[in-house]
Design a protein around this ligand. Structure first.
Ligand code: HEM
Length: 483
């Protein structure tokens, strides 16, 4: 036996005399409150959980790096994209959306695709999904939408009535519903799916010129999906199938990789494009704005500790670096608030100082104190600004690019109500077998809806996207085909 075996200690570092038997008053007597090691052990156990993410609670993460393969400095001054060959460490978390932390991996759901680049000018988070669009396009609808995806307040069961009631009354969801119900709704593994920034973002170059950009991560493993019956069996036999697959692939050196591409839209095109390019329910045509390669993301290291790294990771679409900014996308604008707020609630005011979230570049702020301040808290350095002590100060060159705004402050809907062309185009792109599976999946998902009025309203949307699409679903549900 090794002589340098470590002594078990309490959390205050004192050696523990007995970790198997609590102190009692006599061998058969009640337990003593003076057994402070027991008290501490039980009390810490009670506090092992932080609140799970309100969405995207079940996830798997991995470390890796990003390498630039193309010079896009004409479009962005982002330092991590500054030269071909430059590498940046990163951490990725993949997730399902609706299920709880212990829910099955192989369910039909969008997959979260969140990337934290530890750049030399601060962290950049790209918090996207495996789909290029979303169900809604205004943040004000998000809490209601998510309520329909979660459990009924009385039965605590999933509720297809709410799901289809909301979708049928929110026809902007049709594009994402079509993607979700297609084969891509259940990826074979987390390695076999694309990723998207989904929103439109703004890139700004060193001359201060801006353009609009959309991100696409293309899987080098190829897109592969699971047949619903296989997915259902896996959900029963191995609910952590995707989590395990990612961990095992990386463990055996089979490192998954994605090519990062962007679509770039000149700033002024936003005024004349055939729909609002900030509407997250729509994709930009790749004929109009072709994919341009940026670099390659490789995942090559598993987390050492799930809670410290995956659970405590905090990704926010508002975590930008110089050269990358927000667009007026109404969903993105709401997300700029929602994530930081969630992090302060879920992980705490100093979540950015945790090892998984801490930038690898220098951090100089005047923020001090707060719960669980585990670093040196700025020591005795200057703690206010302006100051005459030469403390860190602003660099005007890093101000976000100024832009014009027009119109009245008001609650205004997106001015484009064509919810049907893009889902219809997608339907028409599918092979006959893919269409048949799509229809079967939708019919299966809509069958439990109790009210025919909801089903008929939704069939009307499918019909408007493509009459064949609507007709087949109506027939499958035994309901009249729309006129
Ligand atoms: C997680 C809100 C739309 C992708 C979250 C979390 C919140 C949230 C509060 C939990 C954050 C945490 O506790 O760390 C919202 C709101 C939205 C919205 C208010 C709309 C206004 C979207 C969209 C996407 C997306 C459009 C993708 C394009 C994600 C991902 C995560 C997440 C990937 C998990 C991040 C992680 O792995 O930690 N969202 N979300 N969300 N959301 Fe959203």
């Amino acid at each position: 036996m090794s002589t340098d075996k470590k002594k078990l200690t309490t959390s205050w570092g004192a050696p523990v005399g007995d970790n198997q038997n609590s102190q009692t008053a006599g061998a058969r007597g009640p337990t003593l409150i003076q057994d402070v090691h027991l008290l501490e052990k039980l009390a810490h156990f009670n506090r092992e959980r932080v609140p799970e993410r309100v969405v995207h609670a079940k996830g798997a993460g991995a470390h890796g790096y990003f390498e630039v393969t193309n010079d896009l400095t004409a479009f962005t001054k982002a330092s991590f994209l500054a030269e071909i060959g430059k590498q940046t460490p990163l951490f990725v978390r993949f997730s399902t959306v609706a299920g709880e932390n212990g829910s099955a991996d192989t369910v039909r759901d969008p997959r979260g695709f969140a990337v934290k680049f530890y750049t030399d000018e601060g962290n950049y988070d790209l918090v996207g999904n495996n789909t290029p669009v979303f169900f809604i396009r205004d943040a004000i609808k998000f809490p209601d939408f998510i309520h329909t995806q979660k459990r009924h307040p009385q039965t605590h069961l999933k509720n297809p009535n709410a799901v289809w009631d909301f979708w049928s009354l929110s026809p902007e969801s049709l594009h994402q519903v079509t993607i979700l119900m297609s084969d891509r709704g259940i990826p074979a593994t987390l390695r076999h799916m694309h990723g998207f920034g989904s929103h439109t973002f703004k890139w700004v170059n060193a001359e201060g010129q801006a353009c609009w950009v959309k991100y696409h991560f293309k899987t080098e493993q190829g897109v592969q999906n699971l047949a619903p019956a296989v997915a259902a069996q896996l959900a029963a036999d191995n609910p952590d199938y995707h989590t395990e697959d990612l961990f095992e692939a990386i463990k055996k050196g089979d490192f998954p990789a994605w090519k990062l591409c962007v679509q770039i839209m000149p700033l002024e095109d936003a005024n004349t494009y055939r729909f609002d390019p900030f509407d997250v329910t729509k994709v930009w045509s790749q004929k109009d704005y072709p994919l341009i390669e940026v670099g390659r993301m490789v995942l090559n290291r598993n987390p050492d500790n799930y809670f410290a790294e995956v659970e405590q990771a905090t990704f926010s679409p508002g975590t930008f670096v110089p050269g990358i900014e927000a667009s007026p996308d109404k969903m993105l604008q709401g997300r700029l608030f929602a994530y930081g707020d969630a992090h302060r609630y879920r992980v705490g005011a100093n979540h950015q100082a945790l090892p998984i979230n801490r930038p690898r570049s220098e951090v100089n702020t005047y923020q001090r104190d707060g719960a669980m301040r585990a670093d040196e808290n700025g020591g005795g350095s200057l703690y206010y600004e302006p100051n005459s002590g030469g403390g860190p100060s602003e660099t005007p060159a890093y101000k976000p690019a100024a832009f014009d705004v027009t119109g009245s402050a008001d609650s205004v809907a997106y001015d484009h109500h064509d919810h049907y062309t893009q889902p219809g185009d997608l339907y028409r792109l599918l092979s006959e077998e893919e269409r048949e599976r799509l229809v079967q999946t939708i019919v299966g998902a809509m069958k439990p809806v109790e009210q025919d009025a909801i089903k008929l309203r939704q069939i009307g949307h499918f019909y408007k996207a493509d009459p064949d699409y609507g007709r087949r679903i109506a027939i499958g549900l035994g309901l009249p085909v729309p006129e």
